[in-house]
Write a protein that binds this ligand. Structure first.
Ligand SMILES: *Cc1c(COP(=O)(O)O)cnc(C)c1O
Length: 387
């Protein structure tokens, strides 16, 4: 694992990003995506730090945004507007105007009412706007309920029967042009069978539309590819070959259709670590606690989704004991690891919380008026290989 050479002297807590690993990950994704119809977009909500976006932008891949400010930031970081798509169930009028003005590739529309609003705003601006319809395919991604998005119980997208009817009636909407379909069923999906199921649903929707003479030149299959939180050193880069092979073998698409993949977690997840110092240890009759200086304000995934992150003690390699590793925030859910087995820990030890490059720093808050954590990048400071 790469770390700053002075990792134990920098003020904690801080994020550290291994930019070499990020580069290797993007290169692996691009080389696995070797199909002329396929394109990768980065889902920037996973990590929107400028340094991360600038690294990604060197590879000429597109961007998936879910807010107006993300859209602005993507443009500021130099992404081409024609490579940007904008999804989200609750776009404000201002965000829709921004997207239309920026001339992005497509607004991914998530309801019939939004479709009418985009058509109206577009008309007021004397424009015809390219949009894609987000389909809710009613597929359970089999992941944590808070990161499942593609079932009838979720707020995202439009049902398949409505998609078909909207397309048949779309001539009425003069200021929009439906250029494609968008699917995204959830996140941290590890079983390829879920993506195979997604392919067969997409095939059947496209086939129903084709039978009515409707063909799009654009298809977006979403993201969701999971990473190995248990073994970040064994699997620093996910098996992109398996992922893209599923779509190459199971997805049926018209000859000229461009297929977009919107990967977030699988691009940036493993390149980030959160480095934190042990402030105190204490024991109760049932538990041994390590109280650290990072909190749920720096990394909320364990509190929000019960997410697992590997925790390592960088200072000590002595006998291993069982700890609850907790933060300083006044919430019992402010816990990074329950019963984590780590080397015996004392005040001043430096711990490393792994695999936090996606949905980590970007979800930080200032609850308890906490200072935001600093971030360091391996291409800007001297680093060492630890262990
Ligand atoms: C969050 C999101 C993604 C990325 O999901 P990952 O699990 O990080 O790959 C892709 N598309 C949309 C629409 C999203 O909201």
């Amino acid at each position: 694992m790469r770390l700053p050479v002075n990792y134990n002297r920098l003020e904690t807590p801080y994020y550290f990003y291994d930019i070499e690993l990020l580069n290797e990950t993007i290169e692996a994704a691009l080389s696995a995506c070797n199909n002329n119809n396929f394109r990768i977009h980065y889902a920037m909500k996973a990590n929107a730090n400028s340094q991360i976006l600038e690294t990604i932008n060197r590879y000429n891949i597109g961007i998936d945004c879910v807010s107006g400010n993300e859209l602005k930031k993507a443009l500021e970081c130099g992404f081409n507007s024609s490579d940007i798509v904008f999804a989200g169930v609750g776009k404000s009028d201002k965000e829709i105007q921004l997207a239309i003005n920026s001339g992005i590739h497509a607004i991914n529309v998530e309801s019939e009412e939004e479709l009418e609003v985009v058509n109206t705003i577009s008309g007021e601006m004397n424009r015809v706007t390219d949009i894609a319809l987000r389909v809710n395919p009613d597929i359970d991604a089999g992941t944590h309920k808070h990161i499942t998005t593609g079932t009838d119980h979720n707020k995202f997208g439009i049902s398949i029967p409505d998609i078909i009817r909207i397309n048949e009636e779309s001539d009425k909407l003069k200021n929009i042009n439906i250029i494609g379909l968008h699917f995204h069923i959830g996140s941290q999906i590890n079983g390829m069978d879920t993506f195979i199921k997604l392919c067969s649903t997409i095939n059947s929707v496209q086939n129903d539309l084709l039978n009515r003479g409707i063909v799009f030149n654009h298809l977006n299959v979403g993201g969701g590819l999971g990473i190995d939180y248990d073994n970040p050193d064994k699997t620093p880069i996910v098996n992109f070959n398996d992922y893209f092979d599923v779509f190459s073998s199971h997805l049926k698409y018209p000859h000229k259709q461009i297929v977009h993949f919107e990967l977030g977690r699988s691009i940036t997840g493993q390149c980030g670590s959160l480095i934190t110092k042990v402030l105190y240890t204490k024991n109760t009759s049932r538990k041994r606690f390590a109280i650290v200086d990072a909190g749920m304000t720096d990394l909320i995934r364990p509190a929000l989704y019960n997410a697992y992150h590997k925790i390592e003690n960088l200072t000590s390699s002595a006998i291993k004991l069982r700890y609850d590793v907790v933060g300083p925030i006044c919430e019992s859910s402010d816990c990074f690891g329950k019963d984590a087995i780590i080397p015996e820990t004392k005040r001043g030890d430096i711990l490393c919380i792994r695999s936090v490059g996606a949905y980590g720093q970007v979800m930080a808050s200032q609850y308890n008026l906490r200072e935001p954590a600093m971030a360091y990048y391996s291409d800007m400071i001297e680093t060492i290989n630890h262990k």
